[in-house]
Design a protein around this ligand. Structure first.
Ligand code: RP5
Length: 164
């Protein structure tokens, strides 16, 4: 199975990134976590992106806050799909990172999830792997069914309590 790369701009991003890692672990999808900054360690970020495909990765998740150009900088150096997580790490509550990540000019796409949307970033990466990996696709299918059952049970409890 292809690996997922989780790249963050700073170790201060870890509390959110941990949620993506936990989700990948839950689905038993292999992953690596690295700190590469688009502005503090740009050469390392570039080298990682350039080698990612031949190093066995299928998707890159990039988490960054403030003027968040990490996802775009990685995407510039690979044709692997890149998922950006804009982080709420500034006085602007992540809106700065959201706009920086989502507003990619035509030609270099970044699939951007919600501010601090680490779980969805991980799930989207599994969905991308699931296009060619039936094991990933089946796990996602089962998780969706389990989630539906949970909500139906909650609905039944609420209906029993309030409705005549
Ligand atoms: C971004 O700047 C990082 O992704 C982080 O979210 C933010 C602040 O970084 P630190 O100053 O905490 O290292 O590059």
């Amino acid at each position: 199975m292809k690996k997922v790369a989780i790249i963050m701009g700073s170790d201060s991003d870890l509390p959110v990134v941990e949620k993506a890692a936990a989700t990948l672990k839950e689905y038993e999808v292999p992953f690596e976590v690295h700190i590469f900054s688009a502005h503090r360690t740009p050469e390392q970020a570039r080298a990682f992106a350039l080698g990612a495909r031949e190093n066995g990765f299928g998707v890159i998740i990039a988490a960054a806050g403030k003027a968040a150009h990490l996802a775009g900088a990685l995407a510039a150096n690979t044709t692997l799909p890149v998922i950006g997580i804009p982080l709420k790490s500034s006085v602007l509550d992540g809106v700065d990172a959201l706009l920086s990540t989502v507003q990619m000019p035509s030609g270099i796409p970044v699939a951007t999830v919600a501010i601090d949307g680490a779980v969805n970033a991980a799930l989207l990466s599994i969905q991308i792997l699931g296009v060619s990996d039936p094991v990933c696709a089946e796990k996602l299918e089962n998780a969706r069914k389990a989630e539906t059952e949970k909500v139906l049970a909650k609905n039944a409890a609420v209906e029993a309590r309030f409705n005549v």
